[in-house]
Design a protein around this ligand. Structure first.
Ligand code: FVH
Length: 291
């Protein structure tokens, strides 16, 4: 085992926190662990972690403190119990949350003499420390550079900026893309199942189609950044003409329309605002709330 690796404390030993603590241990770091329900420390102690009886004790043990609780409300409440323990520490919060929550937690940390880094884990627990896992970070850049070699035990490290909210923003945007894909795929499966077509059979058509369409995302991104949405591929007008067929077919086949009705409204608005010759990239602009 490599000698003199810096110690790290992990607070929150759910599925993800346990995977994080195990990865630090595997990389040779002395690891102190704390969880609200003490029983979850057992497997990590068996792997060599030191159990702390209180969160404050865990914070005291290491210069680097990694948190992974269920919500940032939980983190905020936990922080409120730690005002004296955190001074001089680097707090890395990998709990899922919003940019605004991250900024509030960073302000709390600064007020109490701690350095704050927010993070978004782009992996499931089983992927941690593997080749495809990475974590988005933002906040105190100096603290990030200091502790980056330790954080690298979890997977790739991706810096998103000194605004503490940026990691959460990127994380939520990635998950937004994923949820959109999941909802579309589930609607498609629901539709074919109305005729007893096996979802497994249909997925052989669906997966290559979705993959090919996703290949167009860089082109949409360029159009969104440049503002040049005119297309000779698939215009808003063409999609607007076809879309009532989807809602009608869902109704005819006995599939709910709730998920897709908002898209009809967006296409209607795009037409009303004169964007009929634009491609679907125009939708990103139309989704912004205008002041
Ligand atoms: N699991 C996943 O696939 C995703 C992958 C991407 C990142 N997310 C986020 O990671 C956070 C933790 O998720 P998790 O999977 O570890 O969740 P649980 O297994 O449910 O563990 C939750 C831990 O939070 C502790 N906790 C809950 N409430 C409190 C509280 N009021 N005070 C202190 N700790 C609290 C809980 O403790 P206990 O119930 O065992 O006593 C667990 O340690 C999450 O933000 C995901 O969105 C995971």
């Amino acid at each position: 085992m490599p000698a003199n690796k810096p110690p790290v404390s992990v607070l929150g030993l759910g599925m993800m926190g346990s995977a994080l603590a195990a990865a630090f241990l595997k990389a040779g770091h002395p690891v102190t662990v704390w969880n609200r329900s003490a029983a979850k420390t057992g497997p990590l102690v068996a792997q060599g972690a030191l159990p702390a009886t209180t969160a404050a004790e865990a914070v005291t043990e290491s210069p680097l403190v990694v948190l992974c609780l269920l919500t940032n409300d939980n983190v905020e409440k936990l922080f409120a119990t730690l005002p004296d323990a955190v001074a001089g520490k680097t707090l890395v919060n990998l709990t899922n949350g919003t940019p605004a929550q991250a900024r509030d937690l960073a302000a709390w940390a600064a007020k109490h003499g701690a350095r704050y880094i927010d993070g978004g884990i782009v992996a499931v627990p089983q992927m941690i420390a593997g080749p495809h896992a990475y974590v988005l970070y933002s906040g105190d850049e100096q603290a990030y550079e200091t502790h980056r070699p330790t954080l690298a035990a979890l997977g790739g490290t991706k810096w998103t900026g000194t605004d503490p909210g940026l990691a959460a923003l990127h994380d939520l945007a990635l998950l937004t893309g994923m949820y959109g894909m999941v909802l579309g795929v589930m609607q498609a499966f629901a539709l074919v199942r109305t005729e007893n077509i096996p979802a497994t059979e249909f997925s052989e058509l669906l997966v290559p189609w979705i993959s090919a369409m996703l290949g167009g995302a860089p082109e949409w991104a360029e159009a969104i950044d440049s503002g040049g949405h005119l297309t000779d591929v698939s215009s808003i007008a063409v999609n607007h003409a076809a879309f009532p067929n989807f809602l009608a077919a869902f109704r005819d086949q006995g599939v709910r329309t709730d998920l897709f009705e908002p898209f009809q409204a967006i296409l209607d608005r795009a037409m009303a605002e004169g964007y009929e010759a634009d491609g679907l990239s125009r939708i990103a602009d139309l989704l912004r709330v205008r002041g």
